[in-house]
Design a protein around this ligand. Structure first.
Ligand code: ANZ
Ligand code: ZN
Length: 913
């Protein structure tokens, strides 16, 4: 560090500012304030052990918005907490033979200290960790209430079972079908699990998206697709020799006459029945049971199936169609049975081709319909000739010509290339031929509703939320099992069901037990709340999405007896929510669902938890490697590499600092352990100070795009702050100056002042409306360049410089609050909280550019004058000249031939009578 007392010393500056904020409890907010509230929330971090740059980016965005909104007169709440339950703590416990609770709490201590060095304007008085019994007790109480309302229920569901460790694995613990620890082949097992009925809210969750104008469209689209509303018909097909019909769900009733078989799920009762005396089918069903369960897995699989030997009767034609079991039919969607239309559904097409089933086209696109009409085929009436043509695969009936080849091509493509899945006109469909999608849908719905064979049906892709996890480190599910009375909620007055934390012993012997509560008979022991007899506790714990679904509400009501109290309606909804786009679907859907649960418990009044959402981009960095003897890449951390850059800042070469020899450059990748390209933000803060790191993370890219971390960029930010610091110090070393007298400024002074006020306007808009922090900072950098070149030492010159520097301190404060805190005092103020200073407002008078007067001539004679700014474009000057009242009068009915603009001097209008 420099010995010059006036030099910028980030460490001293930052600890002084943070000390001041702490001592004055600057960012603790009460509810009582005449100011309007603003709730700025970042997704709460998982306490993994150390802050990473993704956190730094997320929390800096949120801090800039918070400080800015407070300067704009809001009472701002910016809280912080810890998403403390979850699997990594158990893995760490096994590795270090420690208790997950201990590991987690130590991480929280460390990360809190790291966050504090970043100087975020957080109300730390509201902090909590989701593993605190004071927190999760409310979650248990909510669950108990949901059980009583029927919104929480238990049913069997499939899990990944590791047969060696005898434990359930999370999806991410299954690698290529094997257990991550044992390498054993993972089995699918059905066990009872708890679910929350999010499907009851499917329509509301969908409709609510239309009210979220402040959410990115991409997120809303992902949520819409996930909810997956579809409108269709349920249609009953009788089965030969069976009492029970098969009901299918279809969104394409218009294709009904193209059905050539039915496909049903392996778990469908009809399949199970058929397998009883069909060993080959039984074996096939068993194979399906072991296979993947997710929709994505099914989609990727080869389409496979087996005939059940049963036949269904087509409800319109009475034709027999075979019933197949197919691996792509899900039991838990629709009815678990599908009417297969190979001509118009690609999966059915692939299946039909594989099993030699007929492909019967019944829909034609508009072009083909028109071609048919052209060759004299009456789509509506002439069902027969067309049917003949189609089933024979020939269109000889229609003779020659382009129209015919179009029809022929269409039919050939369907037989040979794949299904036509678009909508169109029905053909080959008896009385329905000639109808379009909507008309045939309505006609068939009416027909089946009348004869009791079917009904309109809305389905959602959304499934109920499975909240059971078979692991220890989570919130215990508050349920008691009694042999006589069944599954009962733990009585509210007995809550919380505490998770024992002192369990290091259980984790010192990996492979024996993974859940200390499952293996502890004492813990499991309970008394039935209904009959008083002996009973057992549930030993599963909640999915950690449970805790992260309502934390935002708890922050509003610290210490509340229930989940939240009346303060929740003061603060909610969240005004600005910020987090990673990887949470666009599940977390944000559960978060919205939970808000509606809170509302329906009478705990909050609003319908949605957050009005605005910002999803920040990833942090990426260059990768470096060397090849080892066997050709494997050994990745080298960017911190250990010296980089040469070309004049555009791109990496041109690199060498390992330790040996001075070159390393390969592997390209820019998302920061990750596997590529060893993570940057430790703490090391950056230690080297440059928090303000520089904050500034870099806001300047290097717009918040929603990916941010490339590079140390050269960080250094550039440090240089900027040093220059800013020096500029202020040099200025305050000058003699005192008078106030700015706007009427006494010369052109240079006016120009600098105008730039200041333009910058004020831009920065406010960039911070507040556009969230375009990088362009705000760029404008401030440019302003600093101008101040640095402004050598005017006159009284008014120093006065203008003062105005500029003082405003810059306020404008930069949301991004680099520590240095601004210090410079504010250097500029002659006492130590105060900058967030209580109003955010600078542009002075409209200062924005006005000096106007120049132009003479306007009509045919060479002076007829008027206009005032224009020097930067007006030519057409604006022309328009002003033509509109000048005297000029307009002299032009009268004449025709304007030409307008000549001599910039800064004269406008000449040539008019002919
Ligand atoms: C006949 C048909 C013809 C279909 C056609 C599509 C195209 P969405 O929109 O997602 O709701 N389906 C129904 N239940 C299914 C299940 N359990 N597993 C797999 N597929 C199932 O999809 C509805 C369509 O998906 C339904 O409409 C059905 O196939 C299939 F040219 O019925 B369709
Ligand atoms: Zn009982």
């Amino acid at each position: 560090m420099s010995t010059d007392p006036a030099a910028y010393d980030p460490r001293a500056v930052e600890s002084a500012a943070q000390g001041f904020w702490n001592d004055t409890r600057a960012f603790e907010v009460g509810g009582q304030s005449p100011k309007p509230k603003y709730y700025c929330l970042s997704m709460l971090p998982y306490p993994s052990g150390a802050l990473h740059v993704g956190h730094v980016r997320n929390y800096t965005i949120s801090d800039v918005i918070s400080r800015y909104q407070r300067m704009c007169g809001h009472n701002v709440l910016q809280p912080m907490g810890w998403d403390a339950f979850g699997l990594p703590a158990e893995n760490a416990a096994i590795k270090n033979a420690t208790a997950p609770a201990k590991w987690t709490r130590a991480n929280i201590e460390h990360m809190r200290a790291q966050l504090k060095t970043m100087g975020y304007a957080i109300d730390w008085s509201r902090e909590f960790a989701t593993c605190d019994p004071d927190y999760y007790v409310h979650e248990q109480r909510m669950f108990v209430r949901l059980m009583k309302k029927g919104l929480a229920y238990r049913r069997n569901s499939v899990v990944n079972w590791d047969p060696v460790d005898k434990t359930v694995l999370a999806n991410e613990q299954v690698i290529d079908g094997r257990g991550w620890r044992t390498g054993a082949l993972v089995e699918k097992r059905e066990i009872p699990q708890w679910f929350l009925k999010i499907t009851d809210y499917a329509q509301e969750l969908l409709d609510g998206l239309d009210t979220l104008d402040g959410w990115p469209d991409s997120v809303k689209t992902m949520q819409r697709n996930w909810i997956g509303r579809s409108e269709g018909l349920e249609i009953r097909f009788d089965v030969d020799g069976e009492d029970e019909p098969v009901t299918v769900y279809t969104t394409r009733p218009d294709t009904l006459m193209g059905v050539t078989f039915l496909s049903i799920a392996g778990e469908h009762p009809l399949a199970v029945k058929a397998a009883r005396d069909n060993p080959a089918l039984a074996a096939f069903l068993e194979e399906l049971r072991r296979g993947g369960v997710s929709e994505a897995e099914l989609e990727a699989q080869e389409k496979r199936g087996m005939a059940t030997g049963q036949w269904a009767i087509h409800p319109v034609t009475g034709e027999d169609v075979p019933i197949y079991v197919a691996n792509f039919v899900l039991m838990n969607y629709g009815t678990g049975a599908v009417m297969a239309v190979p001509a118009h559904d690609q999966r059915d097409w692939e299946f039909a081709k594989a099993y030699g089933l007929p492909v019967r086209p019944v829909i034609v696109p508009d072009g083909v319909r028109d071609a048919l009409r052209e060759v004299g085929h009456d789509v509506e009436a002439d069902a027969d000739p067309f049917q003949a043509a189609l089933s024979g695969g020939t269109v000889d009936a229609f003779d020659t010509g382009a129209a015919v080849s179009m029809v022929r091509d269409y039919l050939d493509a369907i037989q040979q290339e794949g299904a036509f899945t678009g909508r169109g006109t029905l053909v080959n469909s008896g009385e329905y031929s000639g109808l379009d999608f909507d008309a045939s849908f309505d006609a068939l719905a009416r027909r089946f509703e009348a004869d009791g064979r079917g009904a309109r049906k809305v389905n959602f892709r959304l499934r109920d939320w499975g909240v059971s996890r078979q692991r220890y480190w989570g919130c215990p599910i508050p349920v008691i099992y009694c042999e006589k009375c069944g599954a009962l909620p733990v009585p509210e007055e007995q809550l919380p069901v505490l998770l024992p934390e002192d369990v290091a012993d259980a984790f010192s012997n990996p492979g024996v037990v993974h859940s200390p509560i499952k293996s502890d008979p004492e813990w499991r022991k309970a008394t039935c709340p209904q009959c008083g007899g002996p009973a057992e506790r549930e030993t599963d714990t909640f999915d950690t999405f449970m805790e992260s679904s309502w934390y935002y509400a708890r922050y509003t009501s610290p210490g509340a007896k229930d989940m939240v109290d009346a303060r929740a309606d003061h603060w909610l909804p969240v005004d600005q929510y910020i987090g990673g786009v990887e949470h666009a679907i599940l977390h944000l859907l559960y978060f919205r669902f939970y808000h509606k649960l809170l509302r329906d418990q009478g705990l909050v009044k609003s319908d949605e938890p957050a009005t605005n959402l910002l999803t920040q981009g990833m942090v990426v960095a260059e990768t470096y490697y060397r090849e080892s003897g066997d050709g494997r890449r050994e990745w080298i951390n960017p911190a250990d590499v010296d980089v040469q850059r070309d004049e555009r800042g791109h990496v041109a070469g690199a060498m390992l600092r330790a040996d001075g020899k070159p390393v390969h450059i592997g390209g820019i990748e998302k920061m990750s352990k596997s590529k060893n390209n993570g940057v430790d933000p703490q090391a950056m803060v230690d080297r440059y100070g928090a303000d520089t790191v904050r500034l870099f993370s806001m300047f290097a890219s717009p918040p929603t795009l990916s941010l490339e971390w590079n140390e050269a960029g960080v250094e550039g930010m440090a240089r900027f702050l040093r220059r800013f610091w020096r500029e202020v110090q040099q200025h305050v070393a000058q003699p005192d100056h008078p106030e700015v007298d706007a009427s006494a400024l010369d052109a240079g002074q006016k120009a600098l002042r105008r730039q200041l006020h333009e910058t004020i306007q831009k920065v406010g808009d960039d911070y507040g409306r556009r969230h375009s922090f990088n362009t705000a900072i760029a404008a401030l950098m440019e302003l600093l360049n101008h101040v640095a070149k402004f050598n005017d030492m006159s009284d008014q010159g120093r006065a203008v410089r003062h105005e500029v520097l003082q405003a810059m301190v306020l404008l930069l404060n949301p991004v680099t609050p520590h240095v601004c805190h210090a410079l504010w005092q250097a500029l002659g103020h006492t130590e105060t909280l900058l967030e209580d200073q109003p955010f600078p407002q542009a002075d409209p008078a200062a924005l006005v550019r000096d106007l120049v007067t132009l003479a306007v001539q009509v045919n060479g004679k002076l007829r008027g004058t206009i005032e224009v700014a020097p930067d007006w474009p030519r057409d604006a000057v022309e328009a002003a000249a033509l509109a000048e009242p005297h000029v307009a009068k002299f032009i009268g009915d004449g025709q304007v031939r030409k307008v000549i603009v001599v910039p800064g001097k004269i406008v000449n209008i040539v008019v002919v009578a």
